[in-house]
Ligand binder design. Structure first.
Ligand code: ADP
Ligand code: MG
Length: 252
């Protein structure tokens, strides 16, 4: 970062990564990644398996420490802050591997997130019901999370993440393992989130990515390959090359 950054405030994103790396031993899972996510964006991160997408989310949410680089949320350096402090600053994540409490009820799972923000239990319960409505689970609150279908669990994870009132919502492959109908419902739910919630979405389902995203970042082998509009990314030769021989395909 340079000393005339303050001249470019309008270029500052809600989330800014500069030179962010994560090494595992000598292996560079992420290698000097720069990324800017502007407030209000619907920003997708795509890339073949092993590109470093989930690692990136771990670094942003704070579950994994960086090897090098700087992470800023709304201009504030959060690189060394623990997860709960970042949650306090409005960063919430759903992870590729579920973090639900399967033996607790659906309502209790959301409450556990909400009570950190909302004082009296009655208010928290009302808020939890509101969030379950929003994610399409209004009648499931008394079931245990274990009794939900796979798709419903992912919907619940979104409600739990929203329970902390995030400004930045990180979603790691929320449609993984979902049926087409469940994916369509989830896409609608994400599309309907208020603009105050900035969304950073990792997703393999490119139909979902292109339905939701206004900005797409492509990663490959731990590197930031390109960021652009969905149309730019679709047309990019570099992107086509990165996907050749992988399990994902970019279709025109
Ligand atoms: P993606 O989510 O894009 O599929 P990941 O971020 O999960 O990719 O992984 C990126 C690379 O880092 C992969 O090669 C993976 O094997 C490696 N990796 C991830 N976590 C660890 C870890 N804890 N220890 C060693 N290697 C890891
Ligand atoms: Mg992943």
């Amino acid at each position: 970062m340079t000393d005339h950054d303050h001249d470019h405030d309008h270029h500052h994103g809600l989330l800014e990564l500069r030179g962010v790396s994560r090494h595992f031993g000598s292996f560079r899972a992420l290698d000097e990644v720069d990324l800017t996510v502007r407030a209000g964006a619907r920003h997708a991160v795509i890339g073949p398996n092993g590109a470093g997408k989930s690692t990136l989310f771990g670094l942003i949410s704070g579950t994994l420490p960086v090897t090098a680089g700087t992470i800023r949320v709304d201009g504030r350096d959060v690189t060394r802050l623990p997860v709960h402090r970042r949650v306090g600053l409005g960063v919430a994540a759903t992870f590729q591997h579920s973090s639900l409490f399967l033996r607790e009820t659906v309502l209790e799972n959301v409450l556990l997130a909400v009570v950190r923000r909302t004082g009296p239990r009655n208010a928290a319960i009302a808020r939890a019901h509101e969030l379950l409505d929003r994610v399409g689970l209004p009648t499931r609150h008394e079931l245990t999370a274990a009794e939900l279908s796979h798709g419903e669990r992912r919907q619940l994870e979104v409600a739990v993440a929203l329970g902390t009132d995030p400004r930045l919502l990180l979603l790691d492959e929320p449609a993984a393992g979902m049926s087409p109908a469940e994916t369509a419902r989830l896409t609608e739910l994400i599309a309907a989130l208020p603009a105050e919630v900035t969304v950073l979405l990792i997703e393999h389902d490119l139909d979902m990515v292109f339905a939701l995203a206004d900005t797409v970042t492509v990663m490959h082998l731990g590197r930031h390959l390109t960021t652009g509009s969905p149309d730019e990314v679709r047309a990019s030769a570099a992107v086509q090359t990165a996907y050749l021989g992988t399990t994902m395909e970019v279709t025109p």
